[in-house]
Design a protein around this ligand. Structure first.
Ligand code: BGC
Length: 454
């Protein structure tokens, strides 16, 4: 097999983690109404049932870094696949709300872990010239997962009447996740450990064996030597994370991770039908428009896959975040003037397209490649943990700021959109000033860049 085809194959296996990330975060949207009726939940319990997985995501992201630095990328990925499988079964059979929430938190642990391990593993095995593309496959898988589960939920809901959906239908929605989760577990068994992690742990021979399938034997030897040189230069301890050059990289990763969320993407992912209704659509149209949003998300992620290694990370981020800012400003104006015409959808789709070709994939690409091998898991873990925490804050606060009486009286529902637009502008500035262009560079070259800044 050609080295690039082998790298692509390994990336596709790892990207199944992204598929489950998307599937498991979005499955709740179709199930929550039936679950609520089944357990007779009030608003607070419903809100918690909808977001309990996010708590697991935060914990999972925190645990995955140290675990994968210590026990290896592959073992940590296997653990996340096991958690997805257990949670799929557990959230399909609960008799009480507590049992359901426990199962969802376990699933969240799997999502949080996979959200950083899949891109990290791909970055560590990918040849430098296609690394951006291969890591973006993971984002592609996330959005395919989201879109697939919309259809799966829709299909399952159509299998019976309301009574059936309330007693049984929602259980199948969660249970359906077991299939991709188990497939992820099985295929992971067949992939090798990350060669960079192996070198870091003194297993150069095995690393060489794997690298020579990912490059020519000559290149593989040189790569082992380059990895070895950088891992032995690094500080042993976590304190290394806060040393000068690394501190900047850490702060940059954290900023991008938080910005990816506070520019509002999940407000559209989680509340799209509500936003469309607010802009004048009926229930059915709102659902259809939600599917169109998903399709745009998938399509424009492909644009990023094509361009991220050609044009580079920085231009994509700048162009995408600018487009997001313009779309959100337009959407805010429409909300401000109470426009309810169908063309307002153009702003939503413009925003989704711009996110999908920039911040969606590229933030994960940058996070997976800017840290040194020895600290990559832990550093990416900190950034990812904050990404999930920001997701939690944004998705919980949207209904509040969208309905706040003073804000509504002053801005007529435009405030959240303008707030997210402001953070898009911040993203452009941060990217312009601080993001190094990493296109085509080896991970070791990127490492030396930060070392020089010390
Ligand atoms: C983000 C998720 C988001 C997804 C949607 C990912 O890159 O991290 O929070 O739901 O993209 O496309």
């Amino acid at each position: 097999m050609k080295p690039s085809s082998y790298a692509t194959l390994l990336s596709c296996v790892a990207a199944l983690g992204g598929l489950l990330f998307g599937y498991d975060t979005a499955v709740i949207s179709g199930a929550i109404g039936f679950l609520r009726a089944c357990f007779n939940l009030g608003p607070a319990d419903t809100g918690f049932a909808a977001s309990s997985a996010l708590i697991g995501c935060i914990l999972g992201a925190a645990a995955a870094g140290p675990l994968s630095d210590r026990y290896g990328r592959k073992r940590a990925l296997l653990l996340s696949a096991a958690l997805f499988t257990i949670s799929g079964v557990g959230s399909a059979i609960p008799q009480t709300l507590v049992q359901f929430n426990v199962a969802r938190v376990l699933g969240g642990l799997g999502i949080g872990m996979a959200s950083l391990l899949s891109p990290l593993y791909i970055a560590e095995i990918a040849p430098p010239d296609i690394r951006g593309r291969l890591v973006s496959y993971n984002q592609f898988a996330i959005v395919i997962g989201i879109l697939t589960v919309y259809f799966v939920n829709y299909y399952i809901a159509g299998l019976g009447d309301d009574i059936w959906n309330i007693t049984t239908g929602w259980r199948w929605m969660f249970g359906s996740e077991v299939l991709p989760a188990f497939l992820f577990f099985l295929t992971l068994l067949a992939i090798p450990e990350s060669p960079r992690w192996l070198v870091k742990n003194g297993n150069e021979e095995r690393a060489f064996g794997i690298l020579s399938r990912l490059a020519t034997p000559g290149e593989a030897r040189a790569e082992v030597a380059a990895i070895k040189a950088t891992v032995t230069q690094q500080e042993e301890s976590v304190a290394g994370l806060f040393s000068r050059g690394m501190g900047i990289a850490l702060a940059l990763g954290i900023a991008l991770a938080i910005l990816q969320q506070i520019t509002g993407i999940n407000v559209f992912m989680y509340y799209a039908p509500e936003i469309f209704k607010q802009l004048g659509a009926g229930t059915n149209t709102a659902l259809l428009q939600t599917v169109i949003v998903g399709a745009f998300n998938v399509t424009f992620t492909v644009v990023a896959i094509w361009t991220v290694d050609r044009i580079g990370r920085k231009p994509l981020l700048i162009v995408g975040a600018t487009g997001m800012a313009c779309s959100l400003t337009g959407l805010g104006l429409a909300a401000y003037f109470g426009t309810t015409q169908a063309w307002v959808l153009v702003f939503v789709l413009g925003y989704i397209a711009c996110f999908a070709l920039s911040m969606g994939p590229v933030v994960w690409v940058v996070l997976s490649e800017i840290y040194p091998t020895r600290l990559r898991g832990r550093a990416m873990g900190i950034a990812t943990l904050l990404l999930w925490a920001a997701n939690f804050v944004v998705s919980q606060s949207f209904p509040v700021i969208n309905e706040d009486s003073w804000l509504v009286a002053t801005f007529h529902h435009a405030f959240p959109f303008w707030l997210y637009a402001f953070f898009c502008v911040v993203t452009v500035v941060v990217t312009w000033l601080f993001v190094p262009e990493t296109k085509g560079k080896t991970l070791e070259e990127i490492e030396r860049y930060w070392a020089k800044r010390r």
